[in-house]
Design a protein around this ligand. Structure first.
Ligand code: NAD
Ligand code: MLT
Length: 529
């Protein structure tokens, strides 16, 4: 799958290094900031690439209007401002730069914890108002206090190690980080129900998703220590905003540090104006260092992808990372070609079809399910207006109701070569194909368990038919082709099975109509690979 990104739009303030790197690599860059939705809808159709931060809302309308778009690069972590499903459906890569702002966001969180402990912003505001209120701003030490960290990913971990240097005890929870890993960075792993009542401070570092929306709510605040202080430098809504206000008014919550809001900028300032809230306008990643890294990273990742060097930061196209490996590329091509041949033989793809992809041989051990994804591309290609590729094939296969299973075995029966076997079955027909890669080129070795004398190169216009073994058939087929002005470039026959054999011809053009072959063959199909 080749990507060419010739023209790219940067729709937000991204570090200058981003534009520079892209332009140095031959990509034309246009910067247009603060566009309205309608302006973006009109503008986006002219670009192959889009680079954003968190301000541009890349909704399904924008994606559908972006007829040429191939990649959306997020200079930052969260992609909640991008409709990733719509991007996947349209075969568009979504990429982020997950590491670039980790340290800045972690330091911001630590700064929030310190401000909550010592009320520094409130003290500053009071002095600006001409006051000298030493009693009012009595604080607390962090030393010996317990910090609860919900989400022990990149930022959660960095927050933990920094706050341990203040003598804080750190405990945390994460559904995918095991307890034995958490303890390596000094975090005692506890279930959330055990975390709530033990902590003096609780900070959240998860993405916003259905399972994390409102993690801190009326019920969980009630389980916390009275006066707990909470911090959200992740995404607005992980701490329920109304529940937070209620908890602060009752004294159950002693203060909040908020860098993010459900609505940004928030129209309702009930939290921002609360005396126990320290707030910032989503500044976690707003440092020169983080912006420099994110801008550089997103540009470098796009250039590396276009050059076919590597695929870093992609969040919706795992199969593509294998396609980048020059040694895997022909196997991806093989998968797609086998899918195309199988579809041509089956005549039609429908939800009744069962598909089994089996890779054999050591080399394909780590190919993951990318060969199976490529088979799906072949099976679904040309089915509708949809442009099927490695990014959206699994989604479309699922929607088409195709039951696709893949498995791998290290051992290839009787030889050391690597193979890909594809079996499809519908209520009316079933076919088995066996293919491999020879000298970097995908080839077909067997059809319905009948082996071909010579491997068939899966490229060009192919006429495939099954007929009884009869020397009179070939001249008849040649006659049909000749009368259509079509020449034969190669001809292969399979072993004879129950008196019949498969034949594959490489021809200079496809026949307009296969009906004239009807009297001579049992099955015939043709395709271009
Ligand atoms: P990450 O993917 O490295 O870590 C997130 C962790 O949350 C993962 O380990 C995941 O398993 C965990 N998680 C998911 N569901 C959970 C649940 N129900 N309970 C507990 N843990 C759960 O992400 P990160 O880079 O550490 O970023 C964390 C958050 O910070 C993201 O929401 C990101 O968008 C945000 N962020 C904000 C800023 C900012 O400017 N304020 C900057 C960078 C990142
Ligand atoms: C992120 O997810 O990377 C942050 O929220 C920072 C940003 O949006 O700039």
């Amino acid at each position: 799958m080749a990507f060419s990104v010739r023209r790219l739009l940067i729709s937000e303030s991204v570090d200058a290094s981003c534009k520079k790197i892209l332009e140095e690599n031959g990509i034309e860059v246009v910067e247009k900031k603060s566009m309205t939705k309608n302006e973006l809808l009109a503008e986006i159709k002219d670009y192959d690439g889009l680079i954003i931060r968190s301000g541009t809302k890349v909704t399904a309308d924008v994606i559908n209007a972006a007829k040429n778009l191939k990649i959306i690069g997020r200079a930052g972590t969260g992609v909640d401002n991008v409709d990733v499903d719509a991007s996947t459906r349209n075969g568009i890569i979504v990429m982020n730069t997950p590491n670039g702002n980790t340290i800045s966001a972690a330091e911001m969180t630590c700064a929030m914890i310190m401000c909550l402990a010592r009320q520094i912003p409130q003290g500053t505001a009071s002095m600006r108002a001409g006051n000298w209120e030493r009693k009012k701003f009595m604080g607390m030490e962090l030393y010996g206090k317990t910090l609860g960290i919900v989400g022990l990913g990149r930022i959660g971990k960095e927050v933990a190690t920094r706050m341990q240097s203040f003598g804080m005890k750190t405990m945390g929870y994460d559904p995918i980080i095991p307890a034995e890993v958490a303890i390596t960075f000094g975090v005692e792993f506890v279930a959330l129900d055990h975390l709530w009542p033990q902590c003096d401070f609780i900070t959240v570092h998860t993405p916003l998703m259905p399972s994390t929306k409102g993690l801190l709510n009326d019920e969980t605040f009630a389980k916390c220590k009275k006066g707990v202080k909470v911090i959200n430098c992740a995404r607005g809504g992980i701490i329920d905003e109304e529940a937070l206000l209620r908890a602060m008014e009752s004294g159950q919550c002693g203060g909040a540090g908020l860098d993010v809001f459900v609505e940004e900028p928030p129209k309702n300032l009930f939290l921002v104006n609360h005396p126990n809230v320290v707030s910032c306008p989503h500044l976690g990643a707003s440092t020169h260092e983080a912006q420099g890294r994110c801008g550089k990273d997103v540009a470098t990742q796009i250039v590396d992808m276009v050059m076919g060097r590597s695929l870093v930061g992609v969040i919706n196209a795992q199969a593509l990372s294998h396609a980048m490996n020059p040694e895997s590329k022909p196997w991806i091509q093989l998968g797609e070609a086998l899918g195309l041949v199988a579809k041509a033989c089956a005549g039609q793809i429908n939800g009744q079809m069962k598909v089994q992809v089996t890779t054999l041989g050591m080399f394909l051990r780590n190919a993951g399910n990318c060969v199976a994804t490529a088979v799906m591309v072949g099976l679904l290609k040309g089915d509708s207006e949809k442009h099927v590729n490695l990014i959206n094939a699994s989604l479309f296969a699922k929607e088409a109701g195709l039951a696709i299973a893949d498995k791998h075995s290290d051992t290839t029966p009787g030889s050391l070569i690597n193979l890909c076997a594809l079996e499809i079955s519908t209520s009316s027909a079933s076919h088995k194909l066996l293919g491999s890669v020879q000298a970097g080129i995908p080839v077909l070795l067997e059809l319905d368990e009948a082996a071909f004398g010579q491997a068939i190169l899966l490229k060009g216009n192919l006429l495939i038919y099954k007929a009884v073994q009869d020397p009179q058939i070939l001249p008849s087929i040649v006659g049909v082709l000749a009368s259509a002005g079509i020449q034969i470039e190669s001809y292969n026959v399979s072993a004879v099975f129950e008196g019949e054999q498969w034949c594959v011809m490489k021809i200079t053009a496809l026949l307009e109509d296969l009906n004239p072959l009807g009297p001579f063959v049992k099955i015939s199909t043709q395709l271009t690979i």
